[in-house]
Ligand binder design. Structure first.
Ligand SMILES: NC(=O)c1ccc[n+]([C@@H]2O[C@H](COP(=O)([O-])OP(=O)(O)OC[C@H]3O[C@@H](n4cnc5c(N)ncnc54)[C@H](O)[C@@H]3O)[C@@H](O)[C@H]2O)c1
Length: 326
């Protein structure tokens, strides 16, 4: 890639939770950024810090309709796109089961559109946000990338199909691609308002309001929660890998912390972090939920130098502080 100040990175879904942190990370590294977002769940206010930044452009568009038309005027003004970080997605597993045909468009067609743009325009690098949902209910933990993918929802199936399309792009088209399988991401700007939201955003928001917390199942299920700042670092680092010395072409890697926490412990930590005195109620387990999930992050460490910097205590504190300010 050229020098940072002349490098243009396209971030699809850049107005969303993880996307906005990724945009911030890229701008801090001195890169130029164009966001493509349809604002279905993303918000302009997620990018409030940088709205007047001269190196940021935001375009409202549905990426499953293609990237050529929305990016053409930007390319005329600023030159070619060097990298694409593709986060735009329908992110609810439950909604993917209710509307699989809508999901295939948002979560697979959009990826094919990204690869097609990269092929035609010779984009240096494509990075895709895959998900731990591609694994299904594995028992051999921590889960490595060698585990056979057995997704249990259209969301997981379409994430896996997207990974395969990236591999086709890398192996057949000669593109440089990386798919990062994100585990449970949390942090400031995660939207707690939807029933599909991340559990930490819901637990913190309810604790701060003094409302009781609901846990589905016995709360002994475990997850690997990774702070959004660490995820944004991994995405931008994977994208900026120099094509000449590219060690991560065709890479698929887990992004988590390698540490599991039970939902009961998490609820207790969220309540303590907010100095709240709310109760925890247990409701029947939700169908299709996996029991345990924790990432083996050896591959991301070896290839990207990925090492999560934010402990769960620190991450919860930063996130609670942000919700307090809302
Ligand atoms: N949050 C997590 O824990 C997690 C875990 C694994 C993977 N991921 C993946 O990370 C990515 C970002 O997730 P997030 O948590 O920030 O969710 P989010 O909903 O905040 O972000 C998704 C963004 O994509 C935009 N978008 C959706 N469909 C679009 C389309 N067709 N065209 C243009 N923009 C579109 C939305 O408006 C939003 O800004 C997604 O691909 C998601 O599947 C997230």
């Amino acid at each position: 890639m050229p020098t940072p100040d002349t490098t243009l990175i396209c971030v699809t879904g850049g107005a969303g939770f993880i996307g906005s942190h990724t945009v911030g990370n890229l701008l801090e590294r001195g890169l130029r950024v164009v966001v493509l977002d349809d604002f279905s769940t993303g918000k302009r206010e997620n990018l409030a810090t940088w709205l007047d930044h001269p190196d940021l452009e935001i375009i409202e568009t549905d990426v499953s309709d293609g990237l050529f038309a929305p990016l053409a005027p930007v390319v005329t003004r600023r030159g070619p796109v060097h990298g694409i970080i593709h986060l735009a997605a329908q992110t609810s597993v439950i909604r993917s089961m209710e509307k699989p045909l809508t999901d295939v468009r948002a979560n697979y067609t959009s990826t094919v559109q990204v690869i097609e743009y990269a092929r035609v325009e010779a984009v240096d690098k494509v990075v895709f946000t895959s998900s731990s949902a591609i694994y299904g209910d594995v028992t051999d933990l921590p889960v490595t990338e060698a585990a056979p993918p057995t997704p249990m929802s259209p969301y997981g199936v379409h994430k896996r199909a997207s990974e395969l399309h990236l591999q086709y792009g890398s192996q057949v088209l000669g593109l440089s691609t990386t798919a990062l399988r994100l585990f449970n991401v949390y942090g400031p700007r995660q939207d707690p308002s939807s029933p599909y939201s991340g559990v930490i955003s819901i637990f913190l928001e309810r604790s701060l309001r003094g409302e009781d917390i609901v846990i589905f199942g016995d709360g002994g299920q475990t997850r690997d929660f990774v702070f959004v700042g660490d995820v944004a670092w991994a995405l931008t680092t994977a994208c900026l890998n120099d094509k000449v010395t590219d060690k991560v072409s065709g890479l698929i890697a887990n992004i988590g912390t390698g540490h599991a926490i039970t939902i009961n412990d998490l609820a207790a930590q969220c309540i303590a972090c907010c100095d709240a005195t709310v109760r925890v109620d247990h409701h029947p387990e939700r169908p299709g939920e996996i029991r345990d999930s924790v990432a083996d992050i050896t591959r991301a460490h070896k290839t990207l130098g990925f090492q999560p910097q934010t402990t769960i205590e620190e991450g919860l504190r930063l996130t609670a502080d942000w919700y307090r300010g809302q």
